[in-house]
Write a protein of this length. Structure first.
Length: 353
């Protein structure tokens, strides 16, 4: 009977997570300020006008200026779905992909820590997702980032599995869907670097470390299969060099908080503080320190501090890390309650005092 109650409670929590995420993405977007029309147009004409892949196609004054269309395949998908069900089906796609990304990350956090702890920490992450609710190719990246992150962590926890071969078709599609494919490559490459540093001897024999390294190389190779080849692969590192004009989404949240009301900035600050606190407590727990998590948290915290558009991405990445850190701290608290309470109090005063 007790097992049934626990199972029912967990199902209820999962359904609540799905419902809250769906509610976030179901908000009415401002279609007049989106790029959705351009994506739909790209998808409609790309087969008749291949110049849309390589040139500044919609410009009146500079139509022949070289341009790398890094999201052309998203336009094709959006256009086909629009033909089937209009904006309603595009909204449904947005909801499904957003919910899927959150659920994948939640499952990872629950596996690395505790189901109920992950359920508590996922709430502010879901709220943070509201920073980017519009129908954009970016939602496809959120899904693929969550999936790649899960597969990489699967390898780090259990070693090489056949599921890793999915990384190659994922990157093959991703490089043509949205520019954030480089984030997936970063996740894979960082894990490969970790193997190289901490399991260097394993590279000289057939085993999980070497196989994963090959998968990482093949994932990079897969991203070359785009209309612009090597330029398409390198475009994420060059896009801001000639962006043309400044937009709010590429500004720091610390800059924008003085110009606008955005409660997500407050949520971000709270999560950033909780993240720092989690590492302090994790270090105090005297367990094996996870340098991969530390570097990952530092990089994506920096991304979010630099560009407000990366707040949802920050939330997705840090959820499993925070869950694991606090889980370790709680276990240590049970063993050394007095000492840990002092450390927790000192940590809170250090961050918020």
């Amino acid at each position: 009977m007790q097992h049934r109650i626990i199972f029912s409670l967990k199902i209820l929590i999962i359904l609540s997570i799905i419902a809250l995420t769906a509610l976030i993405y179901f908000q009415q977007g401002d279609f007049t300020s989106l790029d959705l029309g351009r994506h739909l147009k790209n998808g409609r004409i790309v087969w008749q006008e291949p110049g849309v892949l390589f040139k500044n196609f919609y410009s009146f004054t500079e139509p022949d200026l070289p341009f790398i269309n890094h999201h052309w395949l998203s336009g094709v998908i959006f256009w086909l779905l629009y033909l089937i069900g209009g904006f309603k089906i595009l909204t449904l796609l947005n909801i499904l992909l957003g919910a899927a990304a959150v659920l994948i990350i939640f499952k990872l956090a629950a596996r690395k820590a505790d189901f109920y702890l992950a359920a508590i920490l996922v709430l502010p992450v879901i709220l943070l997702m509201s920073e980017r609710i519009d129908i954009r190719p970016e939602i496809l990246s959120y899904f693929f980032i969550a999936l790649t992150y899960y597969l990489v962590e699967d390898f780090r926890a259990f070693g090489y599995t056949k599921k890793l071969v999915w990384l190659m078709p994922i990157f093959l599609a991703w490089v043509n869907l949205h520019i954030y494919f480089f984030i997936g490559l970063f996740l894979v490459s960082l894990a490969a670097l970790e193997q190289l540093i901490f399991h260097f001897k394993d590279f000289f024999k057939v085993g999980p470390a070497r196989k994963f390294f090959y998968i990482a190389l093949l994932s990079w190779a897969a991203t070359l299969l785009n209309p612009n080849f090597i330029k398409g692969l390198l475009y994420p590192f060059n896009i801001l060099k000639k962006y043309g004009y400044e937009i709010a989404e590429n500004k720091s949240p610390f800059y924008l908080e003085n110009l606008m009301i955005d409660y997500n900035i407050l949520i971000f600050k709270i999560l950033l503080g909780l993240l720092i606190l989690s590492f302090i407590l994790s270090a105090a727990a005297k367990r094996r320190f996870d340098y991969y998590n530390l570097f990952l948290a530092a990089v994506f915290s920096a991304f979010a501090c630099l560009y407000i558009r990366n707040l949802p991405l920050f939330g997705l990445i840090i959820l499993p890390i925070m869950a694991q850190n606090y889980f370790m701290a709680v276990k240590y608290l049970k063993e050394k309650p007095i000492k840990t309470e002092i450390i927790m109090l000192a940590s809170v005063l250090l961050i918020y005092g």
